[in-house]
Design a protein around this ligand. Sequence first.
Ligand code: SME
Length: 161
Amino acid sequence: MHQIVISSEDKAEKYRQLIPQVEALIGEESNQVANYANVAAALKECFGFFWVGFYFVDSPEELVLGPFQGPVACTRIGYGKGVCGTSWKQKETIVVEDVEKFPGHIACSSLSRSEIVVPLMDKDGDVVGVLDIDSDKTATFDSVDKKFLEILVSRICKNAN
Ligand code: SME
């Protein structure tokens, strides 16, 4: 499934509806694998993104692949490597309009054209993982996605702590 292009207002409204649904979905469940799997599925289903998934900090050097929806992906990503490893290192969301213009981008799929990576922080502010969303079109993600996905991951992490 390929995502359709929607206005910023329509996109914001979709996130406003999705976030409480996701909170309800994961609120009663303590198993985090189940919860992250459902969050990936909910985002993929709602927006039709090309790839949605999580990478978790596995050691001080590496992220390891977690629950995801979409094509097979790279299993491990080094600290500071690619968009995910850079988001981990910088402790901030990274929006990439064109992956070909991001130095060191890791191409798990040649179809990926733009992406957003949002770090997951624990209550001490340490990064425990990242949410990575890829699009098969350039410039899919903007400040609306950044704002709502940061809210979404903060709710997931609150649930995890
Ligand atoms: N594009 C990512 C690698 C992960 S895949 O896209 C699923 C990156 O450069 O961090």
